[in-house]
Design a binder for this molecule. Structure first.
Ligand SMILES: Cc1ncc(COP(=O)(O)OP(=O)(O)O)c(N)n1
Ligand SMILES: Cc1nc(C(=O)O)sc1CCOP(=O)(O)O
Ligand SMILES: [Mg+2]
Length: 215
């Protein structure tokens, strides 16, 4: 499946404000998210598999890729489109070996060195942050827009900006070189996740169009 990183939903069932993750995901898909990642950090693996199977069907209906955070075994079991791994997770070359050449593999990279290593290991895109302060990930390290720009300049891979991104600051991420934005709370904690996704999509599309015009 092709990779359109414009608005990337990181769906963490611990951060949906008590609402059904599937309902939040469907609203976000109606609003125009272009990638979904299932991020499951607490709770039984079997529950992750049940949610993941339902989410896979939903994403297929919308023709949007589903990636699994951290777990290549779960991605394989669910026949998901790929996996997102961090610097302390399964190395991307191992994920590639397990999932094959068609899988989408994303890697978290905060520095030019990490970006270049991920590129050499066969990653398809980078997740770079935290660009802004975030309440959704303990211990996230702030790199700011300057850090994002430095990573984007150091790689040929598309970079998705993560950490505290919302419809107000998404354009700044695109101006700094990102291909798209990845969010948890801006969609999953919003009173209206569909409207929130639509606002993000509009902000990103406008910023990408402006960047193209600037040449
Ligand atoms: C798109 C995207 N970018 C970065 C991350 C963070 O991954 P990681 O550093 O492995 O942290 P966890 O999400 O696993 O806590 C991500 N999940 N998605
Ligand atoms: C999952 C994750 N990774 C980050 C990183 O910096 O690598 S920040 C983050 C949480 C993003 O959530 P929100 O959109 O609510 O800020
Ligand atoms: Mg991880």
């Amino acid at each position: 499946m092709s990779l359109d990183l414009r608005v990337y939903l990181v769906l963490d069932p611990a951060h949906t404000g008590g609402r059904s993750p599937l309902e939040v995901a469907e609203a976000a898909l109606r609003g125009g998210v272009t990638v979904v990642q299932l991020r499951w950090k607490v709770g039984p693996l079997r529950e992750m598999l049940r949610w993941g199977a339902a989410l896979r069907e939903l994403c297929r209906r919308y023709r949007v890729p589903l990636l699994i955070n951290d777990r290549a075994d779960v991605a394989l079991a669910l026949e998901a489109d790929g996996v997102h791994v961090g610097q302390e997770d399964l190395p991307p070359e191992v994920a590639r070996r397990l999932l094959g050449p068609r899988a989408l593999i994303g890697v978290s990279a905060r520095t030019p060195e990490q970006a270049q290593a991920a590129e050499a290991a066969g990653a398809d895109y980078l997740g770079t942050g935290s660009v802004f302060p975030t309440g959704s990930k303990e211990g996230a390290r702030l790199i700011g827009l300057e850090g994002l720009r430095t990573v984007a300049r150091a790689t040929r891979l598309p970079v998705v900006a993560i950490g505290g991104v919302n419809a107000e600051n998404a354009a700044a991420c695109i101006q700094a070189g990102a291909a798209g934005v990845a969010v948890i709370s801006a969609i999953t904690q919003a009173p209206d996740p569909e409207a929130a996704a639509r606002a993000l999509r509009r902000a990103v599309d406008e910023a990408l169009a402006a960047r193209r015009l600037e040449g």
